[in-house]
Design a protein around this ligand. Structure first.
Ligand code: NAD
Length: 299
């Protein structure tokens, strides 16, 4: 099918590439020319603005870095709302349910359907097509885009109320953020007591403490000291902050969420929003006065 794709970053670029490889015709847009060039080389058409994308196709997908950018691309001057052909806007970004519902309501006035479709599974999952794709929106429009979304991974229809898929995504990312923060503290404690972090990770992965940080992030980017998982601290901070807001708004206890949020705020202040989110380990290391790395290998 003809698909517009806006936002060709860490996630958007591999997802757009997979759509082209699956035979879809893409019209792409990003504010960075260097992001657009590889897709152009694969045969995508390049548009001059989100509105231009929405002038050319009925289905527009977006993978954008912040709530403000999602709102701008959807609703503001030059946004998809001004497009002549667009029928549905599929937001693959993490925006939280409030912003998703807000965008949905404004687009509805122009008879444009908004489909929430946040994803989980990282840059590697985007490249391999193994993402968890969470979807909420009207069933008829979900049916139209389902084959295209299947290219990204496994599609889970969460519900039909705007924002439901966003709530699902925040619950997932809170758990991922918590695993990373908690594993950083646990391993730093062990290292300070003289344990080998690589052995610790092996033991935890054979035991009941196993989680996504111990199976993925620690072996691939922390113990190797590369800190290049491909998800920024700014994005993780955004997700945990949205999760705390969501829980507070619903009147749900959030003591663990709020404490995890603090850890990401410290990381953001000390290492900057552009740092890889695995930098949280370095924040803990500073306070503990130890370095977590492969035994015998100096960082
Ligand atoms: P990114 O910063 O790498 O990519 C965002 C892209 O949007 C960039 O190419 C940027 O140039 C472009 N952009 C910024 N403003 C724009 C505008 N006004 N118009 C058009 N393009 C614009 O971010 P990412 O890591 O690809 O994440 C994208 C979304 O996916 C975020 O909402 C994030 O929370 C979510 N997400 C990311 C991951 C991950 O592992 N990186 C995993 C799951 C979900």
């Amino acid at each position: 099918m003809d698909i517009g794709f806006i936002g060709l970053g860490n996630m958007g670029a591999p997802m757009a590439r997979r759509l082209i490889e699956a035979g879809h015709k893409l019209v792409v847009y990003d504010t960075r020319n260097d992001a657009v060039a590889p897709l152009l080389a694969l045969g995508a058409q390049v548009a001059s603005s989100p509105a231009d994308v929405a002038d050319r196709v009925e289905t527009v997908m977006a993978s954008l870095p912040s709530l403000q950018v999602s709102k701008k691309v959807a609703l503001e001057e030059g946004g998809v709302i001004h497009g002549k052909r667009i029928k549905r806007f599929v937001d693959l970004s993490t925006t939280g349910s409030r912003v998703a519902a807000e965008i949905c309501a404004v687009l509805a006035k122009k008879n444009i359907v908004q489909i929430d479709s946040p994803v989980s599974g990282g840059v590697g999952g985007a490249a391999k097509g193994t993402l968890a794709v969470m979807v909420s929106g009207p069933q008829a429009d979900i049916d139209v885009v389902k084959d295209a979304l299947n290219v990204f991974g496994t599609v889970f229809v969460i519900g039909h109320k705007p924002g439901m898929a966003q709530t699902m995504k925040l619950a997932n990312n809170f758990l991922s953020a918590t695993a990373m923060a908690a594993t950083s503290e646990a391993v730093a404690m062990g290292v300070k007591a003289g344990l080998d972090p690589a052995v610790m990770i092996d033991v935890i992965n054979a035991g009941s403490g196993r989680n996504t940080a111990t199976t993925g992030k620690f072996p691939s980017t922390v113990l190797t000291r590369t800190f290049d998982y491909g998800f920024t601290t700014a994005l993780m901070l955004k997700d945990v902050r949205l999760c705390v807001e969501e829980a507070r708004g619903l009147g749900v206890p959030n003591a663990v969420m709020s404490s995890v949020l603090n850890e990401w705020e410290f990381t953001n202040t000390e290492f900057g929003g552009d740092s890889d989110f695995t930098a949280i380990v370095k924040m803990i290391e500073r306070r503990a006065g130890v370095v977590v790395g492969k035994a015998g290998k100096k960082p």
